[in-house]
Every structure is written in structure tokens, then in C-alpha cells.
Unconditional design. Sequence first.
Length: 117
Amino acid sequence: QVQLVESGGGLVQPGGSLRLSCVASGNIFSIYRMGWYRQAPGKERELVATITDSGNTNYADSMKGRFTISRGNTKNTVYLQMNSLGPEDTAVYYCNALQRGPSPAAWGQGTLVIVSS
């Protein structure tokens, strides 16, 4: 089992930046991909970005150029640097981890990001 804990959300003004963090614990050696998803009020959860254990990244089109996903040195931590934030980025941001074998995807509890003046 893998447990995920996100942090770094909060209130930010339009045009501002935030850095989200996600720390994985448990069977972290089974993880081959980590990522961020978000869910805005009244909308479905959507992909933000993912990063594999080999460092390959993937971004949703609307995040390219503004968001950067990266991993920490210990590889059980993943970050999401978000720049040029707008009100449309307001959402609960969830960390996700995919594991080798039959274990289902792991999800964190989410961290709320509000972009407002």
C-alpha cells in the first residue's frame, strides 16, 4: 500500500505562483508513476501532469508552459510548481501514484488551491 500526503495549497492572487508537494510512504518501491490531478467545483477530475520513475513528464495542454512537475532526490516526493495562476486554476489538487502489480492507484486527500483577488 502507498499513502500520499499533499501540501502547499492556499489562496493566491491571479498571476501568482504556488508550489505543491506530495510525499509518498509505504510501498514506495512499487511506484512507477506519480502525478497531479485537479477537480474544480462542479467539474470532473482532470489530469494536470505526471512524471515516471525514469523522469518522463506529461502535461495537460492547458498547463504546458505554466506548470512544472518534478521529483525530489529521494523519489518519494513529487512537486508541482504552478505559475501565472488564474481563477480557472481554482480546484482541489490531488496527488496520484501508480504501482506495479495489482494494487490500485493511490490518491491523496487533496489540497485546495484558490486563485482570487
